[in-house]
Design a protein around this ligand. Structure first.
Ligand code: ZN
Length: 287
């Protein structure tokens, strides 16, 4: 294994909307021998399993914000990771997230107290607990040549909401988290190898509830706006994940609208797309 590999696997590329084949947001980054998980949406553990990994193999989780579609997969990921069958996580699950993350993880421990008791008594399996940090913007992780920087994005009224920049071996990946167009993403994403951005796309004229439609769109980034961000940041590869396709929208419309403002390399993410960053950036779809 090349120890300087920076590799991104899109585990889930969707939103709260139930879409078979597109689970909610979760992104796995491998930097050398280290695995870092960003957000843990619906089905994250199943997708991990499909890559040949288990929850217990991963002990670093970074949260952009506490919207349910970004955290709803944590109980499964957290608890299954204790099982020998699923990798038997050594030591606590380390979690970094915005204010409220430590309280949420502590409440999860309370919620699964029964399970902890039963397994401890019957199978001598003990939950290894978690070590969760409520973080502020800045460098929040620096180990084994990996640096993770958190920055504020604008997902109001959901606040705080964070984006992340991951740097390793001279390469970088930026994750926008959920945000309306924000300068901090352009600043941190400028010249990055990958800029992974959220996007929302819909046909307003055919929306059943136009007011609700407008309200949802206002918290997010349209394809034209994302294209403008990609044009300004000039990543080597622009990637969409956390793809919200509202009524009447599809991937073709998404790409078409992005092309109104951006002509560079673009990947519309699918679950289990793996992107390897080297002198070339290669992509493959794990089956
Ligand atoms: Zn959100």
């Amino acid at each position: 294994m090349d120890d300087n590999t920076l590799e991104v696997t899109l585990l889930g590329t969707g939103s709260p909307i139930f879409v078979p084949g597109r689970y909610s947001i979760s992104t796995l980054i491998r930097a050398g021998d280290n695995y870092l998980l960003f957000d843990c949406g619906r089905g994250a553990s199943i997708r991990l399993h499909e890559t040949g990994l288990h929850p217990g193999h991963i002990n670093k989780l970074f949260l952009t914000h506490l919207h349910s579609d970004h955290v709803v997969g944590i109980p499964d990921f957290y608890i299954s990771g204790w099982f020998t069958t699923y990798g038997r996580r050594q030591g606590p699950l380390r979690v970094w997230g915005p204010e409220g993350s430590a309280a949420m993880m502590s409440n999860l421990d309370s919620a699964f107290e029964f399970d902890e008791g039963v397994r401890a008594a019957e199978m001598k399996i003990h939950h290894n607990a978690n070590k969760t940090h409520d973080i502020e913007p800045g460098v929040i992780f620096e180990e084994d040549g990996i640096r993770v920087t958190a920055f504020y994005v604008d997902h109001r009224p959901i606040s705080p909401a964070l984006g992340f920049k991951v740097e390793f071996a001279g390469r970088s990946v930026v994750l926008s988290g959920d945000t309306r167009p924000t300068d901090s993403v352009i600043k941190h994403g400028a010249g990055a190898d990958l800029l992974i951005h959220e996007v929302i796309c819909g046909d307003k004229d055919n929306a059943p509830e136009p007011e609700q439609f407008e309200r949802i769109i206002a918290h997010h980034t349209t394809p034209q706006q994302a294209g403008d961000i990609f044009t300004k940041a000039q990543p080597r590869l622009a990637v969409y994940s956390h793809i919200v396709l509202l009524t009447g929208a599809d991937s073709r419309m998404l790409e078409h609208q992005t092309r109104e403002t951006y002509g560079g390399p673009l990947l519309v993410g699918e679950d289990l797309t793996r992107i390897t960053i080297g002198n070339e950036i290669t992509t493959e779809r794990l089956s």
